[in-house]
Write a protein that binds this ligand. Structure first.
Ligand code: GTP
Ligand code: MG
Length: 237
């Protein structure tokens, strides 16, 4: 864990004599929700492009990364796939919420209890001082099992509206949703995470303030948001 946390540290200077090495912004997105809702499958689907053959309950947290390109900038989307089971998460929880850029709440459309748990997950975010400026989205997973749905889109949409979150319904297994009465109304997993990344990029444009320098001098690179309110926590590699 220490290594991962250290990797977020921002190297604040470079010399003028050499070109700056290419840096990649990292967007840390945590994925939370009850055990079994499909967090591992969703993150795997986005990063590996397929549904995993088999999953086991996540212990602590798993990390998955994917480099995407938006408007010519390469961005590393780092998904923190957290454990839904309390016994597998309690020692790790404080690490999840450090320097988070966005939160994805997941419920299972075929499991009403997982939907009813959402206020508790939102409360956990609040307890870890996650500000309102951190984008949140709500994802109803397993839409391929639409025939077994226990949570209607209308009810989920009302909840999402009440918490100012966009709602996406999807299936990590079959993003095209051909078991939903013939309609193709699932959001694509890829599109969901790309939407979050676009939002983060537009919210936090990269602004470098560079002091005048002579050859060999050290210049300071500062992110706009660091100037705004300390550090936003966006890592670089
Ligand atoms: N039909 C269907 N099954 C899914 C889907 N996503 C996940 N599953 C199944 O749901 C079960 C749980 O999926 P996981 O991704 O391991 O769930 P999780 O939220 O990571 O669970 P924890 O790690 O315990 O928190 C597995 O058997 C998956 O195969 C989906 O979109 N459709
Ligand atoms: Mg898991």
């Amino acid at each position: 864990m220490a290594d991962i946390e250290n990797s977020f540290e921002f190297s604040s200077s470079l010399t003028c004599t050499s070109l700056p090495p290419p840096r990649t912004r990292i967007f840390k997105i945590i994925v939370i929700g009850d055990s079994g809702v499909g967090k591992t499958c969703l993150t795997y689907r986005f990063c590996a492009g397929k549904f995993p053959d088999k999953t086991e309950a996540t212990i602590g947290v798993d990390f998955r990364e994917k480099v995407i390109e938006i408007d010519g900038e390469k961005i590393k989307v780092q998904l923190w796939d957290t454990a839904g089971q309390e016994r597998f998460r309690k020692s790790m929880v404080q690490h999840y919420y450090r320097n988070v850029h966005a939160v994805v709440f997941v419920y299972d459309v075929t499991n009403a209890a997982s939907f009813r748990s959402l206020p508790a997950w939102i409360e956990e975010c609040r307890q870890h001082a996650l500000g309102q400026e951190v984008p949140r989205i709500l994802v109803g997973n397993k839409c391929d099992l639409r025939h077994a749905a226990q949570v209607s889109t209308d009810v989920a949409q009302q909840f999402a509206d009440a918490h100012s979150m966009p709602l996406f319904e999807t299936s990590a297994k079959n993003p095209y949703g051909n078991d939903n009465g013939g309609r193709n109304n699932s959001d694509h997993v890829e599109a969901i995470f790309m939407t979050v990344a676009h939002k983060l990029k537009s919210q936090k444009p990269l602004v470098l303030s560079q002091l005048p320098c002579r050859s060999g001098d050290t210049v300071t690179l500062r992110r706009q948001d660091e100037e705004d309110r300390g550090t936003w926590g966006c890592g670089w590699r």
